[in-house]
Design a protein around this ligand. Structure first.
Ligand code: MEV
Length: 316
């Protein structure tokens, strides 16, 4: 193969972000916004047909280090807004891992891709959980540290003192609207902010425990298609994340604007800016409410496939 093509989806977090960093449960769902990539051998490292400095691209640099073949020419096109909590850097790492594997005739085992992509994210951010990379690799819906059923477990990942089991979950048809503030926020510093708070204050640890309990309840609601209680838990999770200091005025504005038309709403991902998500059966009303407060809304499709590779471009 001279050139490998891969794509991987973004995600949103229904419940449990930040707490998951400490090995607590979380639930994430893949969305119909993908990161597309092609990779071929080259004489110099190139991105989108221009010479690039590999040191500026820690995710790619980490993964390239696992292969003898250097350098490569990478073409990428993301439909996932960056720095928005929707997992664009995780999708980049997952797609690049898959493309490099395809190009080098290595196994395309999804667990191996998820693990390699997590290591690349960790290398780049210096912290975090395997939630985003696992959601992007598997697609559909995943839960972390929730299932004890052997047949549901997809893979186990551990790093330093934390361990995560990643399991598949079935997500019934539910309608979600994402609202983006347009403010980019890097995940690493927000995770670090919560860690410092947690290390210096018992109260923050209690909040993380509370988020953990909410997430366990939330999975029961997903299993029974109970949107009313799932929505309530999402809104409660938002309040707890605000107490942890990772919401913002813009996020609160969009969450509050959507609540009259939604079962519940919360920030999604690291916070600080980025996006919020609302669970609703009135998506047009929620979109209007988000737009009227300066946000950029879109209705997401769920039930999407995870990473995939091909010998031809998927894009038209
Ligand atoms: C980012 O999408 C979610 C966080 O929990 C960080 C992580 O899990 O790596 C904030």
């Amino acid at each position: 193969m001279n050139e490998a093509f891969a794509s991987a989806p973004g995600k949103f977090v229904i419940l449990g972000e930040h707490a998951v960093v400490y090995g607590k449960p979380a639930i994430a769902i893949a969305i119909d916004r993908r990161f597309y990539m092609s990779v071929k051998k080259s004489n110099e490292f190139m991105i989108n047909n221009e010479a690039a400095d590999i040191r500026q691209n820690p995710h790619l640099r980490y993964i390239l280090g696992n292969y003898d073949m250097m350098p490569v020419s990478v073409n990428m096109d993301s439909r996932i807004p960056t720095g928005s909590g929707l997992g664009s850097s995780a999708a980049l790492s997952v797609a690049f891992s898959a493309a490099m594997r395809a190009l080098n005739n290595r196994s395309l085992n999804v667990a191996d891709i998820a693990k390699e992509a997590f290591e690349a994210e960790y290398f780049s951010q210096g912290r975090g959980s395997p939630m985003d990379t696992s959601a992007s690799a598997h697609g559909y819906g995943i839960a972390l540290n929730m299932s004890k059923e052997k047949e549901d477990i997809l893979w186990n990942i551990s790093k330093n003192e934390h361990a995560w089991n990643v399991s598949r979950i079935d997500v019934p048809k539910m309608t979600f609207v994402i609202g983006c503030t347009g403010i980019r926020a890097a995940t690493g510093p927000l995770v670090e902010k919560v860690r410092k708070y947690k290390d210096s204050n018992r109260f923050a640890s209690d909040i993380i425990e509370e988020i953990s309990g909410i997430t366990v309840e939330g999975l029961k609601c997903i299993r029974s298609n109970d949107v009313v209680n799932l929505g309530k838990l999402m809104t409660k999770n938002h309040k707890l994340l605000s107490i942890l200091g990772v919401s913002s005025d813009e996020l609160n504005k969009l969450v509050n604007a959507s609540l009259p038309y939604a079962y519940g709403a919360k920030l999604t991902g690291a916070g600080g800016g980025g996006c919020m998500v609302a669970l609703t059966d009135q998506p047009d009303k929620v979109c209007e409410a988000i737009s009227s407060r300066g946000g950029a809304p879109f209705i997401v499709k769920t039930g999407v496939e995870g990473v995939r590779t091909s010998e031809k471009s998927e894009q038209k």
